[in-house]
Design a binder for this molecule. Structure first.
Ligand SMILES: NC(=O)c1ccc[n+]([C@@H]2O[C@H](COP(=O)([O-])OP(=O)(O)OC[C@H]3O[C@@H](n4cnc5c(N)ncnc54)[C@H](O)[C@@H]3O)[C@@H](O)[C@H]2O)c1
Length: 307
C-alpha cells in the first residue's frame, strides 16, 4: 500500500515507518524536522520536509495519493504546551485540520491518528483507565490532542473517512531524544550512562504506564485494517513508579548515584495506567515486550549511540 506518515522522522513515527517498510508498504514521510531527524529514517524512505500547517501539504498528498495516512506529527511536549498553548493548538489542532482537508481532497481511505491516553483522562478515577473514562486533560497538550481526535471523528461522519485513534501510554525505547522534553526513560537512561546527576520531579511515587515503542508501532500496523471508528488505549495496564523505574535503570546501567528531588511539574498527572483490553479485542493487540526487556534494549541503544 502507498502510505504517508506525518512525524515519521520522530521517535515513535520512525518505528512506525520501519514496521511499515518491513510489511512491504511504500512509505512517504512528511516532517518539518523540528524534533525529528533524517538519520532516524532508512534510505529507502522518501522524506518531504513540509510543515503540517503549510499549503505545500496539498501537493504532497496529490503526488503520493496514499491510501492511508498515519498522523504522528505534533507538538508533543506538556511543558511547552503550558508555556505556549496557542502554539501547541496551531500545530496539534489547526495542523491536523489542514491534514484532514488534504486527505479528503486526495481521496485517502483511512487515517490512523496517534493520540495520548496519558494526558487526556486527567487523574483517573479507576486504574487501569478505560476509554469510557471522563476526558479531563490537565494540560493544553492533552486538550489539543483530544480536540484533534474529535476532528478526525468528524471527518469520518461528514466525509466517510475511515479512522482509528490510538491513545498511547508513556512510550519509551531507542531513538527517543534525551535532550529535549523527552520521556523520563531516555533522559534518565542517557544521564545514567554518562554518570551525570538525575533530578526527579515530585517525590518519585508518581506512576506511569510504560509501553515499548515497537509494540506501539505494531498497533499502528494492525490499525491499518482493523479497529476502525473508535479510540483504543495502547498501554500495558500497570503503573510503575518513577522511583521503581530509577531502580530498574540503575540495575541496567550500573549507576550508583542517588537522584535529587524537586517540585512536581505543572500539567503532569500523578498516577495513570491504561486498560488496553479494547485494543486486544478490536486489533488483536497486546504488549509483547516486558519493561525489563524494553529497558535493556533501550540502555543498549543509548550505549551504542554514546560510543
Ligand atoms: N512519546 C510518548 O510517550 C507519546 C505518548 C502519547 C502520544 N504521543 C504522540 O505520538 C506522536 C509522536 O510523538 P513522539 O514522542 O515520537 O514525538 P517526536 O517529537 O519525536 O515526534 C514528532 C514528530 O513530528 C514532527 N513535527 C512536529 N511539528 C511538526 C509540524 N508542524 N509539521 C511537520 N512535522 C512536525 C517532529 O519533527 C517529529 O519528527 C505525537 O503525536 C504525540 O502526541 C507520544
Amino acid at each position: 500500500m502507498d502510505v504517508l506518515v506525518t512525524g515519521g522522522a520522530g521517535f515513535i513515527g520512525s518505528h512506525v515507518v520501519d514496521a511499515l517498510v518491513a510489511g512491504g508498504h511504500q512509505v512517504t514521510v512528511v516532517d518539518n524536522l523540528s524534533t525529528g531527524k533524517r538519520a532516524n529514517l532508512s534510505t529507502e524512505v522518501t522524506l518531504m520536509e513540509v510543515d503540517l500547517r503549510s499549503d505545500d501539504l496539498d501537493a504532497v498528498l496529490q503526488r503520493v495519493r496514499p491510501q492511508a495516512v498515519f498522523h504522528l506529527a505534533a507538538q508533543a511536549s506538556v511543558p511547552h504546551s503550558v508555556a505556549d498553548p496557542a502554539g501547541d493548538a496551531e500545530i496539534n489542532v489547526l495542523g491536523t485540520i489542514n491534514l484532514l482537508e488534504r486527505c479528503r481532497s486526495a481521496g485517502v481511505r483511512r487515517v490512523v491518528y496517534s493520540s495520548t491516553g496519558g494526558a487526556l483522562y486527567g487523574e483517573p478515577e479507576q486504574i487501569p483507565c478505560t476509554e469510557g473514562h471522563a476526558i479531563r486533560p490537565l494540560s493544553p497538550y492533552g486538550l489539543s490532542k483530544y480536540v484533534a481526535e474529535r476532528y478526525v471523528e468528524m471527518y469520518g461522519r461528514l466525509h466517510g473517512l475511515e479512522y482509528a485513534i490510538l491513545r498511547y501510554a508513556n512510550v519509551y525505547g531507542p531513538r527517543q531524544d534525551p535532550f529535549g522534553e523527552a520521556g523520563v526513560v531516555s533522559i534518565f537512561g542517557q544521564r545514567m550512562v554518562n554518570g551525570e546527576d538525575i533530578v526527579v520531579f515530585g517525590d518519585g511515587t508518581q506512576e506511569r504506564d510504560f509501553v515499548y515503542v515497537e509494540d506501539v508501532a505494531r498497533a499502528n500496523l494492525l490499525a491499518l485494517e482493523r479497529g476502525g471508528g473508535q479510540a483504543l488505549n495502547i498501554g500495558c495496564g500497570v503503573g510503575t513508579s518513577v522511583n521503581d523505574l530509577v531502580a530498574r535503570l540503575r540495575q541496567a546501567t550500573g549507576y550508583e548515584k542517588e537522584p535529587t528531588y524537586t517540585e512536581p511539574r505543572a500539567g503532569d498527572v500523578y498516577r495513570i495506567a491504561l486498560d488496553a483490553s479494547r485494543a486486544g479485542r478490536e486489533l488483536g493487540w497486546e504488549p509483547k515486550v516486558s519493561l525489563e526487556e524494553g529497558l535493556r534494549r533501550t540502555v543498549a541503544s543509548i550505549r551504542d549511540r554514546s560510543l
